[in-house]
Design a protein around this ligand. Sequence first.
Ligand SMILES: Nc1ncnc2c1ncn2[C@@H]1O[C@H](COP(=O)(O)OP(=O)(O)OP(=O)(O)O)[C@@H](O)[C@H]1O
Ligand SMILES: [Mg+2]
Length: 499
Amino acid sequence: FCQSLMNSVFPPELRFAFLKLFNRFFQLFSSFCYFDITEIDGVNTNELYNAVQLYLSSSISSVSGNRLSLTRAINSSSITFGLSNNDSIVDTFNSVTVVWEHIVTQRQTQTFAWRPMPEEKRGFTLRIKKKDKNLILDSYLDYIMEKANEIRRKNQDRLLYTNSRGGSLDSRGLPWESVPFKHPSTFDTLAMDPVKKKQIMEDLKDFAKCQSFYQKTGRAWKRGYLLYGPPGTGKSSMIAAMANYLGYDIYDLELTEVKSNSELRKLLMKTSSKSIIVIEDIDCSISLTNRSKKQSTAGSYYDPEMTLTGSGLGDDSGNGSTITLSGLLNFTDGLWSCCGSERIFVFTTNHIEKLDPALLRSGRMDMHIYMSYCTFPSLKILLRNYLGYEERDLNDGVFKEMEEVVVKAEITPADVSEALIKNRRDREKALRELLEELRSRAKRNEKNAKLRGRNGSLTVAADVEEQEKRALDSPYAEENGEDEEEEEIDDSICKNSED
Ligand SMILES: Nc1ncnc2c1ncn2[C@@H]1O[C@H](COP(=O)(O)OP(=O)(O)OP(=O)(O)O)[C@@H](O)[C@H]1O
Ligand SMILES: [Mg+2]
C-alpha cells in the first residue's frame, strides 16, 4: 500500500532520490560492509570471481543444502560443487565469520557490443562486519586465491609436455606440446628400500612447503635429483610417482631436439611453476666426445664452453648443434633457472660414470638417488602389489630362500614384475617360477664372479653372453655398442655420491 501510494504521489525523480537517501542512511547505521565480485569486470573476466567459486566449492559439498550446482571442467576428472543462484553460505577465516551470496540477475538486452556478453549477470557479494574489514580483507582474499589455485591443480589432470616438434611453435606460440598425464605409478607401488623412499618423499614435501626457507636463504626455489641405475630399476616410474605425489606437471625435455642454448632458455621460460623438468638418459642424449678430445690434447679438466653434440645429430666437429655444457648448467642452476619458481629438475642415467663431473658436483643436483637391483624389501612390495602377499604371509621357506638369493640374482624390478604378471592368476606358480629364476641368476652371477676373479677380465664367454643380453634389453644398445665392454660401476661408488 505504501509503495503504491509513493508511486502515485511522488514523481520518479523524487522517488529515486528518496531511495538513495534511505540507502545511505541504512549503510551509515549498518554494522556490515559489502563487496561485489562480478563475473565480468567491464569487458574482462574477473579472476577473483572464478577463484571464489572454486574456493567455496571446497566447503559447500559438506553443507546440507537443497540445491547445489555441479560442474566438471574439460580435462578434469573431478566434479566441483557450486552455490546455486541467489544462495548464500557462511565461511570463517581467522575466527571471523563472513557471508557469501551468489547473485544472478538477467542482463538487459544489448543493442551493440564488441564482445557478446552472457545473458546472466553473475557475481558474489561478500558481507563482512565493518569492524573486521581491515583485519581480514587482504589476507582473506590472498588465501582464497591460493586455495583456489590448489584446488584447480588437484582437479586438473597432470599434463605431460614434450618439445619433440624440434623448435617449431604451436598455434599459440608455445614450444611445448602437452597430453594428459595419467601414469599410475605412485610411491606406494614403487619397489625400493622403504627408508630411502621415505627420505625422498619427505624431501619432496619439504621442498613444496618451504617457499619461505628458500627466500630466507637466498636460494632459487628449485631442486635437482639425479636418478641413476641399470635399465628397468624404476627411474621413469619414480618421476611419475614424484609428479603424482606433488601434483606437478612434467616437462620431458628431449635434448637432441634442442639446437642452441637460446632455444633451451626459451623452453625453460615457457615452463610453468610447480613442474618437474626431466632430461632422461642424459648420457645418451648428449655425447661428450668433444670433451674427451679436448681434454686429452689440452690437458684441461673441464671446458664449460665445450660443445655437446646431440647424439641424433652425431656432429663431432661441434658445428651442427650448439648446446654447450655451460648452457645446460645455466639451464639448471644459472640465473635463468629461477625465472618461475617451484621447479624440480630430474636427470636420469644408466651410466653415472659417463657424466661430466661438472654436472655431478655438489649443489648442482641436490640428491643423487641410486635405483638398485631388487632387494628383499623391494621384492616384498612387488609381491604385495602383484600377488597380494602381505608381510605376515612372508615367513615360510620360499620367502626365506628368496631373501637369500634376491641380491645375488641382480634382477631388476622390471624383470620381477614381468615374471609375476605372467602368472598372476596362479600365485603358487608365480612364486615357484620367480624363485627358480632368482636361483639360476644367482648361480650364473656366482660363476661369473669366480671366472672374473680367475681371469681378472670381463672377456670370458659367460660375461660376454651376459653383456649381450643386457645390451639387448637396453634401448640404447646401438648407440652405446662400443661402451658395453666397460665395467659396470661399483655399488659402493654410487652410494658414496649420495648426499
Ligand atoms: N622400482 C620399481 N617399482 C615398481 N615397478 C618397477 C620398478 N622398476 C621397474 N618397474 C616396472 O618396470 C617397468 C619399467 O620401469 P622404468 O621404465 O621405470 O625403468 P627405468 O629405470 O626408467 O628404465 P630405463 O633406464 O630403461 O629408462 C615399469 O613400467 C614398472 O612396471
Ligand atoms: Mg626410463
